[in-house]
Design a protein around this ligand. Structure first.
Ligand code: KG4
Ligand code: ZN
Length: 321
């Protein structure tokens, strides 16, 4: 089953064609990073106008690159939320138009569900139960899954997302945007240990996070820029890794999936891989499937839609979280 998927929830316009939920035939992303970088963050109005400009040319390009005919496409999938309203509307209406014109079923996918399913694009068998961390500029959530379509929201950030905290801290330290890679690079320059910073909510018996206090603590602490960057990275990674591993142990997860842009963080990857249980597989997809992309939406759509009976109608597969 070939699914053509569209993802436009924030600033990246993605179109992909995915076969049977795991084989990515084509995955295209029109990144708006350079456009928004000069504003220091995503400008919603600009983002939706860019999506308008890029979505249909990307669909054309995807079909050409995949060397597929319309008759080879079995369904259209699209991200319906959460995200920026204007951006989402462009993708949803493009998908609805194509589904109507081409007479294909349309599958609605929740963006977080997509990030969880990026684990199915990591090239290995995913075994349930799964615990997934979605860590990006907009999210820090831990979700468990007993089987396809069966999600449990275990916890998430009560204020800033982890990526946002990296970005804001980087700005305060006079480092570039996006802040995640900039902080990691700066941290590597530290000669000694990182500065001491709090580990917010680490001891609390839940899976929630708070990063705004940590971000503020950075402004008060004394040390060189690299020591502060190291201290911040250590604190943020420790909190996220500890809670993720705690969740994995609690549900006796067989697979841990890490998605979202923060999955690029080397320290986070190392810590999770070293500390995860022997019987747990840690799947961190290729970066192009960790950051926002349409392939993960195509993967999620396949596993969710295959359980539905009536192709041809608007499916509401929104994850209940
Ligand atoms: O998933 P993503 O590309 O976009 C959304 O936010 O949806 O994630 C971008 C976020 C940014 O906040 C960026 O600073 C962070 O991911 N990031 C990192 C690293 N690379 C990117 N955070 C920590 N360490 C990194 N190496
Ligand atoms: Zn995302």
């Amino acid at each position: 089953m070939n699914i053509l998927a569209i993802e436009s929830s924030c600033d990246d316009c993605g179109v992909a064609i995915v076969k049977d939920g795991v084989d990515v035939i084509v995955n295209l992303v029109a990144s708006q990073e350079k456009i928004h970088a000069k504003f220091g963050g995503v400008v919603p109005e600009v983002a939706s106008r860019e999506h308008l400009r890029t979505v249909f040319p990307l669909v054309d390009l995807a079909l050409t690159k995949a060397k597929l005919k319309l008759s080879d496409i079995d369904a259209i999938a699209v991200t319906t939320g959460p995200g920026l309203l204007g951006s989402l509307l462009v993708g949803v209406h493009a998908a609805k138009t194509l589904a109507w014109l081409w007479n294909k079923p349309l599958i609605s996918v929740n963006h977080l569900q997509g990030h969880v399913y990026s684990g199915w694009l990591a090239g290995e068998k995913v075994e349930f139960p799964v615990v997934a961390l979605v860590a990006s500029g907009g999210h820090t959530e831990i979700i468990s899954m007993g089987k396809h379509g069966d999600y449990k929201y275990l916890g998430g950030t009560v204020d800033d997302a982890i990526g946002e905290a990296f970005d804001k801290t980087a700005r305060r330290l006079g480092l570039g945007y996006p802040g995640g890679p900039a902080i990691s690079k700066e941290a590597e320059l530290a000669k000694g240990p990182g500065v001491e910073l709090p580990r917010p909510m680490l001891k609390e018996e839940n899976y929630n996070f708070s990063f705004s206090g940590l971000k503020t603590a950075v402004t008060r602490v004394e040390g060189s820029r690299s020591e502060i960057a190291k201290g911040f990275e250590d604190a943020a990674v420790e909190v996220v890794a500890t809670k993720l591993l705690r969740a994995a142990n609690q549900i006796q997860a067989k697979t841990i999936i890490i998605g979202g842009g923060v999955a690029a963080n080397r320290r986070l990857r190392e810590v999770i891989k070293i500390l995860s249980g022997e019987n747990m597989k840690v799947l961190i997809p290729d970066m192009k499937y960790c950051t926002d992309n349409a392939a993960m939406i195509g993967a999620a759509a396949y596993f969710v839609s295959s359980k539905k009976k009536n192709p041809g109608q608007w499916y509401n597969t929104e994850v209940q979280i």
